[in-house]
Each structure stands twice: as structure tokens, then as C-alpha cells.
Design a binder for this molecule. Structure first.
Ligand code: NAG
Ligand code: NAG
Ligand code: NAG
Ligand code: NAG
Ligand code: NAG
Length: 775
């Protein structure tokens, strides 16, 4: 029976959007209510200038209005330099800025690896970053009126939180910087080895797709050595902890296009899109030719109205609405509902519609551009399976997972299961698992996929949380109310939400998959490297609230999905294929595959330097919370406590201001460290452990055009003794003489059946289960 309390419904509504999605302004409605009519505070440090025709934001407004009326539906653009002039003309609004910095603290205290970021291991590739120290710096610069305008402190804040930590789960998108525009360079680049063995060079995509007689490679960008230039961009903006992975994200690949909807972040997208690229980008080619093209500002869609922009001050009022006072500190239930219904203010009609997403284009054949014809593909194209129809590769099957974030958990589970069955029946004995561009998704989808491949291996994924004041206040409040709670598969109970959070000590398993015995047994705190943490814990995939209730199915290996057998036998028949982007749930899945089962891996591309590279280059933290998740949990906990100290702590977790000033994308924080089973003593988070792939391969021009070419090279290296650019995968001395999978004892399994109703994707529990990188 469905028996959500009213407050649970309200909370679910409050969490209306999935955490990170690119170009999210289009669908964000969080501050649709806070606009209009409110007057600015006296925080403005400069008098409002008189409007003139050369007012830079008026130039931007006029560009927007004339383009949207001349070509509706086409994204308006303007010269990057002119858009930058507009942003720079906005004066600093000091008081609201300081309020924002102070309001960020209770949320950033949850960042689980902040002590390690401040003092990373010696082989960590980026400089240390002291998040709170840097915030304090920005704050005192604001106090001392050191900033030339609103943009400058916002750029510093963005660098501090979203840039320097190189954590795909840690992101804040200040409003003026990210809401009106994003930057685009007029060049799409690739990094390819010309013969497959020499170091990769940078080329323009068109020269690879249709090479001319004279086409050449790029030696310099804006007068700097091309690779060095790109590496510097990676150091500033990459959301990966690994520089080779960051290097790869800057280039076009079919996987980046399909998975990240980007032609490489050098051109546009990712976090790089908010680092001003200058007026022009100049490429110098090896043949001596130099070409300069102006950079572009792309206008964003959103519930904003450029007609309201008359000068720099009204620019601020329109695009930094969170800086102006709003009536109530937390949205009431009614507010949430009405905000959801009215997606945007009335003037939205003059905005171009966002492009239709690839996955929803019904008229297109269900196939991924640049990939071969699939044997099987899920409707959302997240999972697809292939056979390589070429002599010498008859035994190889390829499973592509573009993320672990499907529209539907069961559809993903079914697609994987069906593909394995088809592959085994077709006599395939080798499996390539292609997780290029996979930024994660639902945590237990990663668990399930691993257990479909190795049903008999119980995964080891120890993790811990930072023992922050807010975390502890929640635990102290929520744990006691769960003493008589037992999760049930088919009944929603009022206590499901509070008791299924990490803050109930009875929830989750200990590091040896037993039950915690007390509050202190789970929450410690334990100290390590100068910070305090919970004890190590494991997810409990047998908890029916997290599985049957949430998704309507069990995790393979549990409940009704026991008795599965291995479709491909041992680890020697399987290889993981990476482009470095793998993060979040992909990193969790990879840990099980590599450390738990011993599967080898191949990493593509990387910087033009000899030597092995990492495959899992994205964030390895194992859980992300949007700020508003903490806020919603705090609101829930406040119903159960009157302890003044705890109430005070919970009230700090009010996300109204911090969310309203990051409307482009919800702000997020990495709340859970993954720690490798053999690093529990040292306590070093996996995020800071270098894990080299067994084999490195370079991309070639053919591979850029057709992903199937990558698979052939991968199969060659993994299963047929082929050479790698670095490292190598040894063939087992005695190859198992299996041709048909029957020898593995593989049994085709009954299809997953959806049992009963599932939880709404925006419920607190579903949010708790999601771990995906933000670009
Ligand atoms: C506004 O001005 C008043 C009086 O000068 C001052 O007390 C107050 O702190 C100011 N508020 C802000 C937000 O700057
Ligand atoms: C960039 O463009 C702006 C605005 O057009 C101009 O003021 C500035 O001088 C240009 N900078 C360079 C380096 O060309
Ligand atoms: C040099 O190479 C570039 C990039 O391939 C090409 O566009 C250009 O035409 C070439 N220039 C000459 C003089 O061959
Ligand atoms: C985990 O819990 C079980 C059962 O309570 C207990 O026997 C085991 O010692 C615990 N493991 C650790 C590492 O504390
Ligand atoms: C599945 O495994 C359980 C034990 O885990 C066993 O009791 C049951 O008989 C098995 N079912 C089948 C269909 O093999």
C-alpha cells in the first residue's frame, strides 16, 4: 500500500530534478518564484549607470532579441568578447556575495576528502587545494573591495570549488558566470596517432573526416605548444582526477558525442565552458599555416527575460535573482507545487526551445552515431550490445554502457541480461565491456551489472562519510526513531525515508557485510589523516526498500535473482575498455571487476607522453549529494528533535540561498569516500590512488570515425596477444579450450519481472541511490 506521508510527498517534490545535467538552465525552475518586483538591497557598491546604446549588456540583449525573432529555434550567439564585456560590466554586489560564501560552508563541510585535497599524496597530479582557506580569501577580498566586478569573485569561487578539486561530484555554478552564456571555441579537435604506435598529435576533426592533400596537424594554440595548451586547460577546468583522462575529454570522440553530448570540451561543454577563452583561438599547423577565428558566446535557454536588461544593474537583477531577498526562507509545500507547474515565467515563449535529446528522436533508427549496427540496444541507448562481424573476431561480443543512469532500472538490467544470453547462444566466448564516457548513475545498477557477470563473487566496496557536524546532527536525530523499523518489500512505510538513509546506524552493512551493532560501531568517529570519519560500510543490496520498492526488481545475487551463472567464465575472457572518463558508479563497477574479479583493462588515448595511463580517471568518490538533499533531510529531521544544539545545526543546512545562486546546475558535494579493501588501514581514498590500466592504446583516425575499430584493436590486445602502446595483456598459458559457452555451465535466466509500483525518480531514497559525475 502506498502510504507516503504528506511531508514525504512534499520532500520528493522539492527534489524535483535529478542532480547534474548539462545545460540545465533549460529545465531548472528553482528560482522561478523568486524573481520579479523585488528591489535590490543596498549591497550594490556602484551607482547604476545611465543606460546608453553602448552599454555592453544592452548590446547583448539586442543581439539576443534580434536573433530570436529572426531565427526562432536557433540558439543565439555573439562574439565571446562582447558577451564578456557585458558580464564584466556588472558591479560587485558585496553583501549578498558574502552571505553566499557563508551559506556554502555547512554544505562544503560534507566534502568527504577535504583533508586529503589539502594535503594529497605525493603522486597526486594536481596542486593541493584548501577549500575553506580559499573561500576565506575570496571573502576577505570582497570585504576589502578588491574585485573589479561581480564576475571576478564568481570566477574565483568557480575555480575554487568546481575547478581545482578536480572532483566530478563537487560543483558550484555561480549565477552571473553560468546563467546567461557559455563559451565555445570554433574548433573541434581530435588527438590521434598517425600510425597507431607513434605519440598522438592534435588535428582538426574535419581534416580527419575528409582529409585534403595539404591537411596537417596542430602544433600551437594561441602561440603555445598545442598539447601544453590543452594540458593547462585540463589543470584549470577538468572534472577528472587524472590528467590523461582530462586530456581525452577535450577532444571529439564518438563516445564523447554519444555519452557527453559534446564534441570535446576544447570546443564546448564540461566545466571548461565557463572559463573565458579570450577573443579568438589561433591554430598554427605543422605546414606553417596559421588560422585565427573568433570565439563565441552561446546564449542559454532559461526562465530569464533579456527584455528586462537595461544596463549592468538590471543584468544583475535578471540573472542573479538569488541575490535579492525573497519572502520565505524555505519553500512551503504550496510553493513547491506551483513552481513545478509553472515551469517558467510568462516571457519564456520568446526563448528558443532546447534541442530534442538524441534518445527521444523516435523517427531515427535505434543506433548510436559512429557505432556499428547493434545486436541489441535499450530504448534510451544507454546499453547496447554488438558482435564484431569480421574474420578473426567471431568469438567477441561487446557490451557498451554509456552510463549507469537509464530511464528505467529494469530496462537496463534486462538489456544486459538479454545481450549476454544472445551472445552465449551465438557462441561468443569473449566480452569487451566498453565504458567510454561513462560518468555513472544509479549505484546499485553497477552492483547488478557486476553480479550478472560474476554472480558468485560478493563485491567489496568499503566506503565512509566525513563526520561533519551536519551529518552527525542527522544521525543523532534519525537513528533513534528507527529502532522498531524493518524494511518491507511491498509496503511503503512512513519511516522508509529516514530509516533508509545512511544516518540510521542499523542501515547498511559493516566492512565484512555483517550488521553494525551500535551507533558508535557505525559512526565512530574514526580519525585518519587529521580528519574524522564514520566506520567503513557497505551497501546492503538485499534491503528491499532500495531494490524492490525503488526499482521493482532485485539486485542479481539477491532476493529472487540468486542462482545466476557466469556467462563468460573467468576474468581472462573479459576486458574493460576505458577512455578515462569512467567515474562514480562506473568507478565502483570497475573496482569490483578489476580488484574483485581480476579483469584486465585497456585505456585509450592520453597525453602525448610515453608510458601507461589510468582507465578510471573520473571521480572515484562513491556518492554525491545535491545540497538540497541535505536540506531536505534536515527539514525531515527537524520534525523529530527539539534539542537546541541539534536544531541549530540542522537549520544551517538551508539550501535556499546556495541553490538559488547556482541555478544553471544544482550544486553538489562528494559525501562518500571509496577506499580500496587493501587501503583500509591507510585510509587513503581511492580518488587519490593511481591505478594504471594494463594496456594503453592510441586512437587512430579510423577509430575516431568508427567505434568498431576501437573494439577490434581492444580485442587484439586483450585476447589475441596484440601489442599495446604501453603495458600489455598476457594470454593465459593454457587457453581454456572452450568454444561454446555451455562448458561454462551458463544457464539462460528467467527475465526480470517488475514487482509492484516503483518509487518516483525524485524521491529522497532514489536521490540517495544515485552517483553520477557532473560536467
Ligand atoms: C544597508 O544599509 C544599512 C544602513 O546603512 C546598513 O545598516 C545595512 O547593514 C545595509 N545592508 C546591507 C545588506 O548592506
Ligand atoms: C577583445 O575584444 C574586446 C572587445 O571587442 C576588446 O576591447 C579587446 O581589446 C580585445 N582584446 C584583444 C586581446 O584583442
Ligand atoms: C595546412 O594545414 C591546414 C590544416 O590541415 C590546412 O587547412 C591548410 O590548407 C594547409 N595549408 C597549406 C598551405 O597547405
Ligand atoms: C561486522 O558485523 C558482524 C556481525 O555483527 C561482526 O561479527 C563482524 O565482526 C563485524 N566486522 C567488523 C569488521 O567489525
Ligand atoms: C537457488 O539457490 C537456492 C540456494 O541459494 C536453492 O535453495 C534453490 O533451490 C536454487 N534454485 C534453483 C532453481 O536452482
Amino acid at each position: 500500500m502506498k502510504s507516503f506521508t504528506l511531508s514525504a510527498v512534499a520532500l520528493a517534490a522539492l527534489l524535483s530534478a535529478v542532480a547534474p545535467a548539462s545545460a540545465a538552465v533549460a529545465s531548472r525552475n528553482s528560482n522561478g518564484k523568486s524573481c520579479g518586483g523585488s528591489r535590490p538591497t543596498n549591497g550594490t557598491t556602484t551607482a547604476a549607470p545611465t543606460p546608453t546604446a553602448t552599454e555592453p549588456c544592452v548590446v547583448a540583449r539586442d543581439a539576443f532579441i534580434s536573433q530570436t525573432s529572426a531565427s526562432p529555434g536557433v540558439t543565439p550567439t555573439m562574439a565571446a568578447s562582447l558577451a564578456y564585456d557585458c558580464l564584466k560590466s556588472v558591479p560587485a554586489h558585496k553583501e549578498p556575495a558574502i552571505q553566499l560564501l557563508d551559506a556554502l560552508k555547512p554544505f562544503l563541510e560534507w566534502q568527504s576528502d577535504q583533508a586529503v585535497l589539502k594535503d594529497p599524496p605525493s603522486d597526486y597530479p594536481y596542486p593541493p587545494v584548501d577549500i575553506f582557506g580559499e573561500l576565506e580569501n575570496i571573502r576577505s577580498n570582497l570585504e576589502a573591495d578588491k574585485y573589479s566586478g561581480e564576475l571576478e569573485w564568481q570566477e574565483e569561487l568557480f575555480k575554487t570549488i568546481t575547478g581545482k578539486p578536480h572532483d566530478g561530484h563537487l560543483a558550484y555554478y555561480p549565477d552571473l558566470l553560468t546563467v546567461p552564456f557559455e563559451w565555445v571555441r570554433p574548433w573541434t579537435l581530435v588527438s590521434v596517432s598517425e600510425d597507431g604506435t607513434s605519440l598522438p598529435v592534435v588535428k582538426v576533426l574535419e581534416d580527419v573526416v575528409s582529409p585534403g592533400e595539404e591537411s596537417s596537424y596542430v602544433t600551437e594554440i594561441n602561440g603555445v605548444d598545442a598539447a601544453t595548451f590543452i594540458e593547462e586547460r585540463v589543470t584549470d577546468s577538468s572534472n577528472t582526477q587524472d590528467p590523461d583522462a582530462g586530456y581525452n575529454t577535450m577532444f571529439f570522440s564518438q563516445a564523447n558525442k554519444a555519452g557527453l553530448q559534446a564534441n570535446g570540451y576544447f570546443e564546448g561543454g564540461g566545466r571548461e565552458r565557463f572559463f573565458y577563452p579570450g577573443n579568438v583561438t589561433v591554430l598554427t599547423f605543422a605546414n606553417g599555416t596559421t588560422v585565427s577565428k573568433p570565439n563565441i558566446a552561446k546564449f542559454h535557454y532559461g526562465p530569464y527575460d533579456w527584455h528586462n536588461v537595461k544596463d549592468a544593474d538590471t543584468m544583475h537583477k535578471e540573472f542573479c535573482r538569488g541575490a535579492y531577498p525573497i519572502e520565505s526562507s524555505r519553500p512551503s509545500i504550496r510553493d513547491v507545487k506551483s513552481t513545478r507547474r509553472t515551469a517558467a515565467p510568462k516571457n519564456i515563449h520568446s526563448y528558443p526551445q532546447p534541442p530534442v535529446s538524441l534518445a527521444r528522436r523516435q523517427d531515427e533508427p535505434n543506433k548510436i552515431d559512429g557505432y556499428p549496427e547493434p545486436v541489441l540496444i535499450s530504448d534510451d541507448q544507454i546499453v547496447s550490445g554488438y558482435f564484431i562481424d569480421e574474420p578473426g573476431f567471431e568469438d567477441v561480443a561487446v557490451l557498451v554502457m554509456l552510463s549507469f543512469s537509464p530511464y528505467d532500472f529494469v530496462a537496463f538490467q534486462t538489456a544486459v541480461q538479454d545481450f549476454f544470453a544472445e551472445a552465449v547462444e551465438a557462441g561468443k566466448t569473449k566480452l569487451i565491456i566498453d565504458v567510454q564516457a561513462n560518468g555513472g548513475g544509479t549505484i546499485l545498477q553497477g552492483y547488478d551489472t557486476f553480479r550478472q557477470i560474476f554472480p558468485d563473487i560478493v563485491q567489496a566496496g568499503p566506503s565512509r562519510w566525513r563526520s561533519s557536524p551536519g551529518f552527525n546532527a542527522l544521525s543523532e536525530t534519525l537513528s533513534p526513531i528507527c529502532s522498531n523499523y524493518t524494511p518491507k518489500a511491498d509496503d511503503y512505510q512512513n519511516l522508509d525515508i529516514p530509516c533508509t538513509t545512511v544516518n540510521n546506524w542499523r542501515n547498511d552493512l559493516n566492512e565484512t557485510n555483517g550488521r553494525f551493532t551500535s551507533y558508535a560501531d557505525k559512526f565512530g568517529p574514526l580519525t585518519s589523516g587529521g580528519d574524522s570519519y564514520t566506520n567503513y560500510m557497505e551497501w546492503d543490496p538485499a534491503n528491499p526498500v532500495l531494490t524492490r520498492q525503488a526499482f521493482g526488481t532485485d539486485i542479481t545475487g539477491y532476493g529472487r535473482r540468486t542462482n545466476f551463472t557466469r556467462p563468460f567464465g573467468g576474468p581472462e575472457n573479459i576486458v574493460l575498455l576505458y577512455d578515462g572518463y569512467c567515474a562514480s558508479t562506473c568507478s565502483i563497477f570497475s573496482q569490483f571487476m578489476r580488484h574483485g574479479a581480476g579483469v584486465k583493462s585497456i585505456a585509450m588515448g592520453g597525453r602525448p607522453q610515453e608510458g601507461p595511463i589510468q582507465g578510471v580517471g573520473g571521480v572515484k568518490g562513491s556518492q554525491v549529494y545535491p545540497f538540497r538533499q541535505m536540506s531536505a533531510l534536515a527539514e525531515l529531521a527537524l520534525e523529530y528533535t527539539e534539542d537546541p544544539a541539534i536544531v541549530k545545526e540542522l537549520q544551517r543546512l538551508d539550501a535556499t540561498l546556495v541553490s538559488s545562486r547556482s541555478p544553471f546546475q544544482v550544486p553538489t558535494v562528494n559525501v562518500r569516500d571509496a577506499v580500496l579493501p587493501n587501503e583500509l588501514e591507510s585510509g587513503i581514498p581511492t580518488q587519490f590512488v593511481t591505478e594504471l590500466a594494463d594496456c594503453r592504446l592510441y586512437w587512430t583516425e579510423l577509430m575516431v570515425q568508427n567505434t568498431g575499430e576501437i573494439w577490434k584493436a581492444a580485442a587484439q590486445a586483450a585476447f589475441k596477444g596484440g601489442k599495446c602502446a604501453a603495458g600489455g595483456i598476457e594470454q593465459p598459458l593454457k587457453r581454456p579450450q572452450v568454444t561454446a559457452s555451455k562448458s561454462h555451465g551458463y544457464r539462460r535466466q528467467p527475465q526480470p519481472v517488475r514487482s509492484g509500483q516503483v518509487l518516483s525518480p525524485d524521491s529522497l531514497i532514489m536521490q540517495h541511490l544515485r552517483v553520477q559525475v557532473s560536467d
